[in-house]
Design a protein around this ligand. Structure first.
Ligand code: NAD
Length: 516
């Protein structure tokens, strides 16, 4: 199969009137489609239900973006059955043919970029660049895994030869998996988790987050258009605690690819460990969960660079990234100078409706709204409010970018994932103590060090215990094929999405010996 080598999809900055016009036109077109109802899809058949899930615009929550069918346990049974039926033929497809369908899907996504970005802007409150980065990441995962899968075909490994025998080993897919995604990167994460599994011959039941039912309906239509056979991906919008939980415990589920919160991940891990009635395997469980990511700044750092990196990492998409900087750990001698720069930059950020392309749009939903409000009150008791600290008195879920100073490393706002535009700044006496504080959480996803000291950089390379570590740059924005992504500790099972080993998790090796 001859295709160009993988290259990351460019992220649009919307810096020209032409590009701005493209996105504003797409926003208008998408808004004209508000209020439609989208089906679930089982075995290629579109199914509507009487009771529906409702998705609203977090900038203006009274606006209904769309509705979707709400799957029940019976639908989950039917979807698993359809996926097992499709598995029998999909697993036999030549790898090149499977990869080709995905390359075609990536091309359709590329041709519909502005429209897909517009859905993300309205459905989950991303600004233009954040929406573009997500659509680009979805295309990247699709293109990268389509190529990577070709490497796992045929006889594998450097096996020893034994006289009189021919020995070989090769990979086969696992069967039917369930993918369950969070709302913050619906297109990139659901697509990545699903494509990684199907490209090597598995089939999937995909359960989106309740807030993202329209965006993902658009994406799964693209797979159908690209020629993915019925039943290979079954799209099952439904409630997490009901149909999601049912799929996890179901004896016909072979593996679970989950991204979401620590609380849900823990429950899934526990439930999936039980072998159900008639179940003939141990379920594989892949978990990518929360973060409490730190940027550590020492006295040798360029403080202007550090302040910019903190702002980008803490407030991009309102801090609703698993990789977002939520702890700023600063060596005492530069603490005041850095905090002054961070506060000044935070105050300059523009808050507005997502469709107006502000620096900060709304947080995603009413639950996020309540959670961030609660943590602001906790923060006011635990730290010194340096800027922000307020929810705007408007309909949408808007918060000022907030910095609390003089926070203790053990305070709740320094230990618990807030998932909003809130930074806890911690003063430490020196770099060594800063590194200790950075590692002192249950999570281990991303981290950054701003320093000009080579020995400290090398020490942090070894000892800063996170899955994705960055020096002298922001701690968000990992690129597929460049920075394989996944966390340590209770952040998860370190799946390393967009990395060279990702697909092996959805395969098992068969070793065959023939005596001549
Ligand atoms: P969540 O755990 O509430 O929900 C995630 C998904 O799980 C949703 O689709 C939900 O419907 C479903 N779900 C809920 N309860 C379930 C159950 N009992 N059984 C099965 N499924 C269930 O998380 P969220 O609020 O949607 O997402 C935010 C979280 O995701 C944050 O903690 C964030 O850090 C994390 N996240 C992690 C990564 C990563 O790569 N590590 C990436 C993005 C988001």
């Amino acid at each position: 199969m001859h295709v160009l080598p993988f290259a990351n999809e460019p992220i649009e900055s919307f810096g020209t009137p032409e590009k701005l016009n493209e996105i504003t036109t797409a926003l208008k077109d998408v808004k004209a489609q508000f209020g439609k109802t989208y089906p679930m899809v089982i075995d290629g058949i579109k199914i509507h239900t009487d009771s529906t899930l409702v998705s609203t615009n977090p900038s203006t929550p009274s606006e209904v973006v769309g509705r979707a069918a709400c799957a029940t346990r019976d639908h989950a049974d039917a979807a698993l059955k359809a996926a097992w039926k499709a598995f029998e033929s999909w697993k036999l497809w030549k790898q090149e043919d499977r990869s080709r369908v995905l390359l075609k899907a990536a091309q359709i996504m590329r041709s519909r970029k502005r429209e897909l970005e517009a859905w993300l802007i309205y459905e989950i409150g991303k600004n233009y660049v954040e929406a573009s980065a997500e659509v680009a990441e979805m295309i990247d995962f699709t293109e990268y895994y389509a190529r990577l899968a070709l490497k796992h075909v045929g006889s594998q490994g450097n096996l020893l030869a034994v006289p009189g025998e021919e020995n070989s080993s090769f990979y086969i897919p696992l069967g039917v998996g369930v993918t369950i995604a969070p709302w913050n990167f619906p297109m990139a994460l659901m697509t990545g988790m699903t494509v990684g599994a199907i490209v090597v011959g598995n089939t999937i039941v995909a359960k989106p987050a309740e807030d993202t039912i329209v965006s993902l309906s658009k994406v799964f239509d693209i797979f159908e258009e690209a020629g993915l056979p019925p039943g290979v991906v079954n799209y099952l919008p439904g409630k997490g605690g009901e149909v999601g939980a049912y799929l996890v415990e179901h004896p016909q589920t072979r593996f679970i690819n989950f991204t979401g919160s620590l609380a849900t991940g823990k429950r899934i891990n526990e439930v999936a460990a039980k072998v159900g009635e008639g179940q003939r395997w141990f379920k594989r469980v892949f978990l990518e969960l929360g973060g409490k990511d730190a940027i550590l700044v020492d006295e040798t750092a360029n403080l202007d660079d550090a302040a910019l990196g903190v702002i980008q990492s803490a407030y991009g998409y309102q801090g609703q990234k698993c990789s977002a900087c939520s702890r700023l750990i600063v060596v005492d001698s530069v603490y005041d100078a850095l905090l002054e720069r961070v506060v000044e930059r935070a105050k300059a950020l523009k808050i507005d409706l997502a469709e107006k392309n502000p620096n900060l749009g709304p947080v995603c939903n009413a639950a996020q709204d309540a959670k961030v409000k609660e943590y602001l009150e906790i923060g006011k008791k635990e730290g010194k409010l340096l800027t922000g600290g307020r929810r705007l008195d408007v309909e949408g879920f808007f918060f000022e970018p907030t910095v609390f100073g003089e926070v203790s490393p053990t305070a709740r706002i320094a230990q618990e994932e807030i998932f909003g535009p809130v930074v806890a700044a911690i003063r430490v006496p020196n770099f060594e103590e800063g590194l200790r504080v950075a590692n002192d959480t249950v999570y281990g996803l991303t981290g950054a060090l701003y320093s000009a000291d080579r020995a400290r950089i090398e020490l942090a390379r070894r000892e800063f215990h996170v899955g994705n570590l960055y020096f002298n740059r922001k701690c968000t924005g990992a690129l597929a094929g460049v920075q394989p992504f996944g966390g340590f500790n209770l952040t998860g099972t370190d799946t390393k999405t967009g990395g060279p080993d990702y697909l092996l998790q959805f395969l098992q090796m068969k070793a065959v010996a023939e005596r001549f």
